[in-house]
Design a protein around this ligand. Structure first.
Ligand SMILES: Nc1ncnc2c1ncn2[C@@H]1O[C@H](COP(=O)(O)OP(=O)(O)OP(=O)(O)O)[C@@H](O)[C@H]1O
Ligand SMILES: [Mg+2]
Length: 301
């Protein structure tokens, strides 16, 4: 198992099941057991997935001093996540509302409050840095300064820039340039994923790049091996909500890559884990333990 330092977003996520998109107007609806709230967010999802797989984790994040923040603290403890690095320094905790339909398609509405203008104390990051085998630096603004700190300490960096369409994207450039393991989504790419992957490799020298292709699986590009290959999605159980699929793929890839050193093995495990995960309602739910994952991977061979 690996020690993982994760700096990333937490919010209260409310999921709402709807019949279909687009949503027709009606004044009231009664989706019994169709509304569900829990702590989630990219940092939370990744930390919980990696912890469930048995890795020691430290999650650094910002939440609010409000009642929602207390709920998040409670969830962290209940999920076995360390709470010291999650600082209640904001007036309000971030929240998101996710609408999802019968096919598992999701529409995300996210309220970041003022988190993008708030710093995370660099001394706390520095304190945990020597302990970790790898730093997962999510693309929330307060983790940006830590890219340089991790690089300077010689720690590998993994990051996911999610939807992207510009190689020079002002917001995500720093993350793409610093990442040893870089994830992104195909959803808004201007080129075929393979062409885009080559451009990313040429611009940023990315060692390991994964592009999530949704129902089509994922593309893996490994610079040193000159590997560029698509891997199909895996089916383990019916889809409920695809929210958090990319976070699950990313977390297990890191877990397995650090264990095996093989990016193809890592993606194979990640695709199985992601498939199982999207059979759950929330982004921070539906995670397998390492033993359960192993069984499913072997069973699917
Ligand atoms: N509709 C789907 N059908 C089957 N598998 C899916 C579906 N959506 C996602 N997956 C699985 O989850 C993985 C990650 O999903 P996806 O490629 O959509 O991630 P992403 O676009 O990077 O992130 P996000 O979670 O924001 O969509 C896919 O590689 C696939 O294995
Ligand atoms: Mg996607």
């Amino acid at each position: 198992m690996s020690n993982l330092l994760i700096c990333g977003h937490i919010n209260l996520e409310t999921t709402l099941r709807v019949d279909r998109f687009p949503l027709n107007y009606f004044p009231v609806c009664y989706p019994f057991f169709g509304v569900h709230s829990r702590a989630a967010g990219v940092g939370y999802n990744i930390a919980r997935a990696l912890t469930t797989l048995g890795n020691p984790t430290r999650l650094l994040s910002l939440i609010g001093q409000d009642a929602v923040g207390q709920l998040v603290q409670h969830s962290l403890a209940a999920d076995g996540l360390k709470t010291e690095g999650v600082l209640p320094t904001m007036p309000e905790t971030c929240q998101s509302v996710i609408l999802y339909d019968a096919d598992g398609r999701r529409q995300i509405h996210t309220d970041l409050k003022d988190v993008q203008s708030r710093p995370y104390p660099p001394d706390i990051f520095q304190q945990y840095l020597p302990w970790c085998d790898l730093a997962v630096l999510c693309n929330i603004n307060y983790s940006r300064p830590f890219l340089a700190q991790a690089k300077q300490a010689g720690k590998p960096i993994a990051t996911d820039v999610h939807t992207i369409s510009d190689l020079d994207d002002d917001y995500n450039r720093d993350y793409m340039a610093a990442a040893d393991i870089l994830f992104m989504s195909h959803e808004r790419l201007p080129d075929a994923p393979e062409d885009w992957a080559r451009k990313v490799q040429n611009r940023y020298g990315t060692a390991v790049l994964v592009i999530g292709l949704g129902a089509e699986g994922a593309l893996l590009a490994v610079r040193q091996d000159n590997l560029m290959e698509r891997f199909p999605a895996v089916f383990t159980r019916p889809i409920v909500n695809t929210i958090g699929a990319g976070d699950a793929l990313f977390a297990v890839f890191i877990h397995s890559y650090l264990q095996t050193g093989s990016p193809t093995t890592a993606l194979h495990y990640a695709l199985t884990f992601a498939s199982y995960k999207i059979g759950a309602v929330g982004a921070a739910e539906g995670f397998l333990t390492a033993v359960e994952l192993e069984k499913l991977v072997i069973g699917n061979q």
